[in-house]
Design a protein around this ligand. Structure first.
Ligand code: GCU
Length: 420
């Protein structure tokens, strides 16, 4: 627990000013990855595992993402659609609703999972698992895929009206999902709409997964309990639970991937659930890969004001007080070690602070080194479109905040190197 009561009076509310100006980045000292909270140096893999990793995990859990319920939930599934012989016979595609029933709940939380998999593979295949922003039907214009019924943010130009998807929204995100390439490289692709787990708005905690776990009379998570990002990450773990029932997918070779807020989610899922074999953060920015202390682009105050439901309430105490954070995001990345980690930025996505994302990945590499593998070896930011690193890899590509074919080409090569 961090003592915030003794702060000087000047550290108070400041306006929501943000900047994208390197000369305004404050000087800062990052909390040391390899020194424990009691000042002991962490000199061995064993000390990392038994002492430092648990204490960092606990800090991120309690001071940022919030505690997710640890109790097991009942999981059942229902096959919705099953299509064979797609993509010239190369792929199968099915949709499964997984029903989660926490405790003695009278109802279940349904998550509709879309699975594309290579046809006729003699053995279980590795998979990419990634939540999507606007429903499974936005990956492709295939009319067989069920139109999502769940609440979503209005985007009339993309066929989302009155907070519901319409037929016009089919295939609108297809550019972000090169399904055919993923299949041809021998991977399954597993996805679900993130709003199935918790709709992404400040709804007073009345819908999504949170209320299933409230005590009698409870109406909101407590200060250290989970926000929406932790809920989406928890949902990814439940989908991974389900994948153990899929004989054609190898649950030990699942890469968790996400873009932007879902990149923050993928990082937390990978940090908190070590069953994920590989982790990919695409343009995750503030609260994801980017160092908070740089306060470049989106800041803690800004993210906690615009999206008060993403993190827990304890995290808001660090608004404008980044220097007092007991951790920084390089330590979140280090929680993934020694598993392969890919962090990607985009040059025009200054809001997400590409340099802060790179530095974070570079600093996290010291833990990979301690654990006997190689991460990123130079602290000099690479040129555009020139990936660097080994078990920790990084690129900054040309162009805006998005997931492109270039990004996926790197992720597929990275997965080939580590999951095959
Ligand atoms: C906003 C938000 C970011 C987030 C992004 C997204 O820009 O400020 O933190 O990553 O939305 O998820 O698209």
């Amino acid at each position: 627990m961090v003592a915030l009561a003794v702060l000087p009076a000047w550290v108070g509310a400041q306006p929501l000013i943000t900047h994208e100006d390197e000369s305004k980045v404050p000087s800062y000292i990052l909390p040391d990855l390899l020194t424990s909270e009691n000042g002991k140096p962490i000199l061995s893999a064993e000390a990392w595992r038994s002492l430092r990793r648990p204490e960092l995990l606990e800090l991120f859990t309690h001071q940022m993402f919030g505690e997710a319920p640890s109790e097991a939930v009942e999981l059942s599934s229902e096959l919705l659609t099953d299509q064979r012989g797609l993509m010239d016979g190369a792929a199968h595609c099915k949709e499964v609703v997984i029903h989660l029933r926490p405790r003695e709940a009278k109802t279940t939380l349904p998550i509709t999972v879309l699975i594309y998999q290579p046809a006729g593979s003699p053995k279980p295949v590795p998979a990419f698992l990634a939540l999507n922003f606007a429903g499974n039907h936005t990956l492709s214009d295939d009319p067989q895929i069920r139109l999502s019924q769940t609440w979503m943010r209005n985007q009339p130009d993309r066929g989302i009206v009155d907070h519901r998807a319409t037929e016009a929204s089919r295939g609108t995100q297809a550019g972000r999902w090169p399904v055919r390439k993923i299949i041809d490289r021998g991977y399954a692709l597993v996805t679900a709409y993130y709003g199935d787990i918790d709709p992404d708005f400040d709804d007073g905690w009345s819908n999504g997964i949170h209320p299933f776990f409230f005590r009698e009379g409870q109406q909101a998570p407590e200060v250290h309990q989970w926000g929406s990002i932790a809920a989406w990450a928890w949902g990814l773990s439940r989908i991974l639970d389900y994948l153990h029932q899929e004989p054609t997918i190898d649950p030990k070779r699942v890469a968790v991937m996400g873009h932007s807020r879902l990149g923050k989610t993928a990082l937390w899922a990978g940090a908190s659930d070590e069953r994920f074999a590989l982790v990919i953060s695409n343009n995750s920015g503030c609260g994801g890969a980017a160092l908070s202390r740089r306060a470049y682009g989106e800041t803690l105050r800004r993210i906690n004001s615009s999206f008060p439901h993403w993190f827990n309430d304890a995290f808001t105490r660090f608004n404008d007080r980044e220097a007092l954070l007991p951790f920084d995001q390089h330590q979140l990345l280090a929680l993934i070690a020694p598993r392969p980690l890919y962090v990607a930025s985009a040059a025009e996505d200054q809001w997400a602070d590409p340099k802060g994302e790179f530095l974070s990945a570079w600093h996290a590499s010291s833990v990979y080194r301690l654990l006997g593998s190689r991460g990123i070896e130079s602290g000099v930011m690479p040129a555009l479109d020139e990936p660097v690193g080994h078990q920790v890899r990084y690129h900054i590509r040309r162009g805006p905040h998005d997931v492109t074919d270039y990004d996926w080409a790197q992720y597929l090569d990275f997965a080939d190197a580590h999951l095959k």
